[in-house]
Every structure is written in C-alpha cells, then in structure tokens.
Design a protein around this ligand. Structure first.
Ligand SMILES: [Zn+2]
Ligand SMILES: [Zn+2]
Ligand SMILES: [Zn+2]
Ligand SMILES: [Zn+2]
Length: 485
C-alpha cells in the first residue's frame, strides 16, 4: 500500500478516509482545466453485448471494424494481431476455460459473467507472475473496493448467488475460487465497474478501474471521466486548487434532485450531499426540478415553470399565474404513455420505422412539458438519431440545432455532450455546404472537447483537421470570416 500512495503522490494526488464518505481522492497540487488528473488501464474489461447494437467488438480496444473471431473458443473477437497479442496472456487462460463450456451454455456467457471469469483468471496470472503486478494494478486494490453486501436486497442476493454458481462452474479447474467470494465480487462490480464509452459517449463495454473507483460523485463535478480506447482518463473541468477533492458524476446530471438522489441510492447506496443536492427544498431547487421534469405554461409564449396549486386543481405558472387544469395534463400524459409503450414494443420486435410515433410523442410533449424538459430532450435525441440513420441530413441538422440550446441549459457549460453536439452540427453544416456555420460549430466543439477529451486524442485531432479544412474551404470560396462569438 505504501507504493500505492507514493504512486498517487507522484501524480499530485492522495487518498483520505472518513467514516461518512469512505475513501476520497484529493489533490496535492493545483490542476488546470483539461489537465489529466488520472488515467488507468482496466484491471479487467469486456465488450458489451446489447440487442440494439449487436455488432461484436474487439476484446481489447472495443473497435467494431475488421473483426476476426478467436478460432479456438469462438467467443472472443479481435480487430487485429496487435490487440490479440496484447490480450494473449489473459485470453489464453480464458480461451481454455471457454472451450470447456458446453455449447448450449454459451448464451449464458453474459458480459458480467465473462468479466468475473476474467477477474479471477487475471488474479491467478498476477499471483503466478504471468502478468506483472504494480502498485496501481493488483488484486488487493480490487479487494479494497466497497461491496455494499449488507445493503443489497434478497432478490439481488439470489441473483448474485446464481451468477456466482455459473462462474464457479466455468472456473471449476481453478482451486482457489469460492462461490462466496465470487458473489461478493459481483456486488463490488455493481457499484464500482465503469461503463466504457467511445469518444462519442456511446457505451461499448464494461471495465473495472480500481484507482478511478476512488473518485467520489458530485452532481456538479469538477472533473470528467472519458475513455481513450480502453484507458479511463479523468480530466479537470476547471481550475482545481491543491487540497480539493476530485469529483466526477456517476449518473446523468440533467435530472431533478429527487431523480438524481434516487438513482444514486439505488445503484450506489448513498445520499449525495453535493452543493446541488444541498439546495433541496429551496426555491432554486424547486424551480430547477419543475423545469427539468415539469409542465409548460398554458400560454405558449410564457416559459414560466409550473407548481401544483394549493387546491389541487392543477398547476400554476409561477411567472404569469395561469392555471393548467389537472385533467388536461393527465389526458396528454396518458396519450404519451400509450405511444411510449407502443414504440418500445415495436423496438423490442426489431421494427426500425418508429419515427412517426416519436414525432407524435414529440408533438404531445411540446404541448405538455416545459421547453427545457429532459423528457422532451430525450425524444428529440432519438429523432435526431433516426434522421441520421435514414440520412435525412436537413432534418438531422434541424434537430441538432434545437437540442444544443437545451443542452446548454440543462448541463454545465463544459459538458462533453455539448461539445459532441456542436461537432455533429458542424459536420452536418459542412456537408450541406454551410461552411461558415460549420466553422462556428467546429470552433465551439473544439473549445469544449479539447478540455474534456484532451488535444492529444485522435478524435480531437480529427476535429482540428476538419476545422482547418473548413477554414480553407471558406477562404477558397472567398466567404467572409465569421466573427468569434
Ligand atoms: Zn482491437
Ligand atoms: Zn479464444
Ligand atoms: Zn448531488
Ligand atoms: Zn406562464
């Protein structure tokens, strides 16, 4: 452990412990915006396997192009020789184990099961010195993670026990693995594993990063976690002075305090006491919740927020005083619910053409929800995605432009999603010949993504290149320069 603290100290970090918060990561020097605070390779990781995007991914780097299956186990894919070589020490062990699994059981090898198998196999390899242990890469750090075993409910316990049974069966040739330990590790993974996302924040896999797991949550974080391939990278979003706690967000922050608290409690078993959560019950927090998850004023031109009236007749606009009748709200909400159920059935049946239903939902939500409502925002995100899929670039651009100001309202100004949305907007504008607008959008995207993703990543380098090309095109066409806004 001494080596571990020294390794952190060399990075300008230290760990502190308190009974209320458990462990926290603190800075021992100043960090400037965009600076890498911490980066770590996963102890183990696994690509996800969801039904919407069933394309396989490379076991090492999560890429989905040029994949070849491992010819022995036929479970694992690689994008090329180099990824296969990097993963070979661990996979050669895993491959043997997977080859023993009965073919009829292969479908039960969910990503969580595979992650757990890999966890024990990697522990064994490090023990036998097949893979080197370092102060920041060893099983002791996994064991030190909280498991919250005493907080989980009966149903969850049963499910962990069943999964542990399966893992135990798969690892039957391994002598020092026991069911109880596996079950505890499932509980550890549930509150410590990270969803690995690509540069555009699309989930591609799951990984365990024990040092990154030291970082606590805030609904108004000073740092952000993004992934560069399989490497988890934490960057500061602002100037962080020496002696501060490094904080990232574990959840979607565009939500009311109640919703945020609920998801933190359910998945991570704690009550957040961040600066945003401390405002609960205060006017600012009530207003914010009513904007993010509440209704819109009856007057289309008013953007006031609504609160339930004292006589329970409906909801009163806090700006103009108009009442929205309870029954009217109820009936629109019921229509939306019906359509939402319909669209989710259709999607689960694999039906692709759901755009007309989403358009209908959007129309109803525009009538019902506050203009900055996150529910309306989600519907528009889905519509943007579907227009991109059918290559209707004009409509896609229109939605991009609607979504950006909403993002700017519901997220902090340096949120990666805002940067990514400007990037998409710029690409669409450029493609549609709106070069000057594209330059503006690329510039805005770069301003954010160079902080959240760093300037050295290939993703941001590509953006810089696009911006240069757009500038060249503009000067070639002799377009007037756009003044910086
Ligand atoms: Zn790869
Ligand atoms: Zn294999
Ligand atoms: Zn909070
Ligand atoms: Zn109003």
């Amino acid at each position: 452990m001494e080596d571990f603290h020294k390794a952190l100290n060399d990075k300008g970090l230290t760990v502190s412990s308190s009974p209320e918060k458990g462990r926290s990561l603190l800075t021992t020097r100043d960090f400037s915006p965009g600076e890498v605070i911490l980066s770590q390779e996963p102890y183990v990781s696994v690509p996800n396997r969801n039904s919407i995007d069933s394309r396989p991914k490379c076991e090492w780097c999560f890429s989905s192009s040029n994949l070849k299956k491992c010819s022995a186990c036929k479970v694992v894919w690689y994008c090329g020789r180099s990824c296969q070589t990097m993963d070979w020490k661990l996979h050669s062990l895993e491959c043997q184990v997977l080859c023993e699994v009965d073919k009829s059981r292969l479908t039960s090898l969910t990503p969580s099961i595979r992650l757990m198998v890999k966890l024990f196999l990697r522990r064994k390899l490090q023990k036998e010195k097949g893979i080197l242990s370092t102060s920041t890469d060893n099983y002791n750090l996994v064991e030190a993670l909280v498991s919250h075993m005493s907080d989980i409910n009966e149903e969850q316990l049963v499910s962990y026990a069943q999964m542990a049974n399966l893992v135990n069966l798969i690892l039957q040739s391994e002598p020092d693995v026991n069911i109880k330990e596996i079950a505890v590790n499932f509980s550890r993974l549930a509150c410590n594993a990270h969803t690995i996302c690509d540069a555009e924040l699309r989930p591609v896999g799951t990984g365990l990063y024990p040092v990154i797991s030291l970082i606590n949550h805030s609904c108004l974080p000073n740092s952000v976690l993004v992934f560069d391939g399989r490497v988890a990278v934490v960057r500061s979003l602002q100037y962080i002075p020496k002696g501060s706690e490094v904080l990232i967000s574990y959840i979607e922050t565009a939500a009311s305090t109640m919703t945020r608290q609920k998801s933190l409690k359910e998945q991570y078993f704690f009550t957040c006491t961040c600066t945003r959560c401390k405002e609960v019950g205060q006017h600012s927090d009530i207003r914010e919740s009513a904007i993010l998850e509440g209704y819109r004023c009856k007057d289309d031109n008013c953007i006031g927020f609504l609160l339930r009236d004292s006589e329970n007749k409906g909801f009163i606009c806090q700006q103009c005083g108009l009442l929205r009748d309870k029954e009217e709200v109820k009936s629109i909400a019921a229509e939306i619910k019906l359509l939402t159920e319909k669209v989710s059935t259709l999607s689960s049946e694999g039906k692709k053409d759901t755009r007309s239903i989403y358009t209908a939902i959007e129309k109803l939500q525009v009538k019902l929800c506050h203009p900055f409502s996150v529910n309306l925002m989600r519907t528009r995100e889905t519509l943007l995605k579907t227009y991109m899929e059918v290559q209707d670039w004009e409509q896609a651009l229109a939605y991009c432009r609607i979504i950006i100001p909403i993002y700017e309202r519901v997220y902090p100004s340096l949120h990666p999603l805002i940067g990514l949305q400007y990037y998409t907007c710029g690409k669409l504008e450029w493609f549609l010949g709106e070069t000057l607008e594209a330059i503006q959008s690329f510039t805005k995207a770069l301003g954010i993504l160079s902080i959240t993703h760093g300037t050295a990543t290939s993703f941001v380098k590509e953006l810089v290149l696009k911006l240069e090309e757009a500038h060249a095109e503009a000067s070639h066409k002799n377009l007037a320069p756009v003044r910086a806004t």
